[in-house]
Design a protein around this ligand. Structure first.
Ligand code: ZN
Ligand code: ZN
Length: 129
């Protein structure tokens, strides 16, 4: 593994912040000032293909990257994109029995409107009336 690839993996895999490529690039630059954004993108893609990182795609937002260490799903605010880890017991078994297939893994994104955004939306409604 190249030094650049190892650095990108370390940053993305050791963070619980679900960083996007640009955020990973800024952190990588601190360690390796000469690293290019394109290198970070390329290595992120390779690491996802190799199963060492997990990509979280959210419509209208840059992809985020996550560690693959423990099984978890994501709860995402539709309004601001805030993202939280959630654990749902037995989800793999439920999908296995629903499909009758030996499903290997599950990557689930659940959407909601977070408390902050709900407050904002209410506020906007009030000023509009
Ligand atoms: Zn929100
Ligand atoms: Zn996560």
């Amino acid at each position: 593994m190249t030094k650049q690839k190892k650095l990108v993996l370390d940053i993305a895999a050791n963070s619980n912040a679900h960083l996007n490529a640009e955020e990973i690039f800024l952190l990588a630059k601190k360690e390796m000032p000469a690293i290019a954004l394109g290198t970070v993108y390329r290595n992120l893609n390779i690491l996802v293909e190799e199963g060492l990182l997990r990509r979280i795609s959210i419509a209208g937002q840059p992809d985020r990257f996550d560690h693959v260490g423990d099984e978890h799903e994501h709860l995402i605010c539709r309004q601001c994109g805030k993202l939280r880890d959630i654990r749902v017991d037995g989800i793999l078994d439920k999908i296995k029995s629903a499909t009758g297939e030996d499903v290997l893994s599950v990557s689930l994104s659940a959407y909601y409107i977070c408390a902050d955004c709900r407050r904002c939306l209410r506020h906007t409604d009030m000023t509009a009336n």
